[in-house]
Ligand binder design. Structure first.
Ligand code: NAG
Ligand code: NAG
Ligand code: NAG
Length: 255
């Protein structure tokens, strides 16, 4: 009998959780640039219950709480990379200023109701913080004089960024997908937690080639184009030099 009462009570409270409080949605920007600010929102429906607290966590560490019974109702905890702007934060949103690479993480909001229910609900979402300077990627190995039929040996390196940018090579507007032409050197660490991606290109040469390297992070892109011209002018030069020398010898002999 007693266990049935307990069971009914739990069933009842479980149903009440579903009716009384639910998170309608959490909205956390998925990709933000270092230095920007960001507004995170947590939408909930109390369905007649009374709000006890809204707490925000980054990677399980609390950084903001809103409790309507307290004066003031807001409180922010210091966390590396999390600067709360209290004036722009409310019971349903928290505004973060001057994001750093340390601001990235899993953000969770937790909403609780007052007594007697004390029901709570939570939702979470990840925010990535990137740094992508205006600098275009650097191409190396194209400066040397290539001979026709000598394979191209060039590299493209991104500027120091975070996360590691994706790189892509295009020859005369054609995206290179042939893996045997590409050498992925991976991402190398740089100061301040940044990364440099490098992608090599080993392709057959043509008389004139327009090489483009594109670096992307999400929808952001930086690109650089170089033109390689392979001509036989050097060979022509030595050829004409040879002719001149021969002519000179002939002239000397004649005179
Ligand atoms: C390309 O990068 C690799 C790895 O950093 C390096 O060993 C190689 O010399 C580079 N080649 C050119 C042409 O820059
Ligand atoms: C050959 O290369 C030289 C410089 O290396 C350039 O000035 C010249 O225009 C080129 N000739 C052709 C036909 O592309
Ligand atoms: C010398 O250069 C010209 C273009 O500048 C080219 O058309 C010609 O074929 C070259 N001559 C030789 C012998 O390679």
């Amino acid at each position: 009998m007693g266990s049935l009462t307990v069971f009914c009570y739990f069933l009842f409270s479980y149903i009440k959780v579903c009716i009384c409080l639910r998170i309608v949605g959490i909205s956390v920007p998925t990709l933000k640039q270092r230095g920007e600010s960001s507004t995170l929102t947590c939408d909930y429906d109390l369905e007649g219950g009374r709000l006890y607290s809204v707490k925000w966590y980054r990677d399980n560490e609390e950084f903001y709480r809103y409790m309507p019974r307290l004066r003031p109702p807001q409180h922010a905890h210091k966390l590396d990379g999390v600067k709360v702007d209290l004036e722009k934060s409310t019971a349903r949103r928290v505004h973060l200023r001057e994001l750093t690479l340390k601001s990235r993480g899993l953000y969770r909001c937790e909403v609780s109701e007052e007594a007697p229910s004390f029901h709570s609900a939570q939702a979470e979402a990840f925010m990535e913080v990137y740094y992508f300077p205006r600098e275009t990627p650097r191409i190396t190995g194209h400066e040397r004089a290539y001979q026709l039929k000598e394979p191209l040996d060039v590299n493209c390196s991104s500027a120091k960024s975070f996360p590691a940018p994706d790189l892509q090579w295009l020859i005369d507007g054609q995206k290179i997908t042939d893996r045997s032409w590409l050498i992925a050197f991976g991402a190398k660490p740089a100061p301040q937690g940044l990364l440099v991606s490098t992608l090599g290109l080993r392709a057959p040469t043509r008389q004139r080639m327009k090489l483009k390297c594109v670096a992307t992070i999400g929808t952001h892109r930086r690109e650089r184009t170089v033109v390689i011209e392979i001509n036989s002018s050097s060979w022509n030069k030595s050829f004409s030099l040879l002719i001149m020398i021969t002519l000179n010898i002939v002239c000397v002999k004649i005179s």
